[in-house]
Unconditional design. Structure first.
Length: 131
């Protein structure tokens, strides 16, 4: 299918070469069967864009419901140092339930003395675990 300009006469030929200053949307353009003229089509798009931009925005709608809690944000260096300091201050207290060994060890140690050391060591290990 060959498209031709709607005004094929020589009298209208200069109109195709010269860009007319079209500033508003014209629903009659482009004419069916006409060649595409870039300036005319551009003016149509610009006219439509101007009409869309001229539509006033309505009032804002009501605020929607709160969304779900997001992932935690980044931790600042200051927050990290403060948290580590607080943890270190209380970490020593983990072993407070274990009493120091108040015994003298003989040479060689007796089985009872070694058993007392083993028992106190186990108490310390359990106290230091964070379960």
């Amino acid at each position: 299918m060959k498209l031709t300009h709607p005004h094929p006469s020589p009298k209208h030929a200069p109109r195709c070469q010269t860009r007319a200053a079209v500033t508003a949307y014209n629903p009659a353009l482009p004419v069916n069967g006409s060649l595409i003229i870039a300036s005319e089509l551009r003016d149509q798009f610009q006219g439509l864009a101007a009409m869309i931009e001229a539509v006033p925005a309505g009032p804002p709608g009501p605020e929607g419901p709160a969304g779900p809690q997001g992932n935690p944000g980044e931790v600042t260096l200051s927050d990290m140092i403060t948290s580590i300091d607080q943890a270190l201050q209380s970490t020593s207290a983990n072993s407070n339930t274990v009493s120091p060994l108040g015994i003298a060890i003989s040479d060689p140690p007796t089985q009872g003395e070694v058993q007392n050391i083993l028992s106190t060591l186990n108490d310390l290990i359990y106290a230091l675990r964070r379960n």
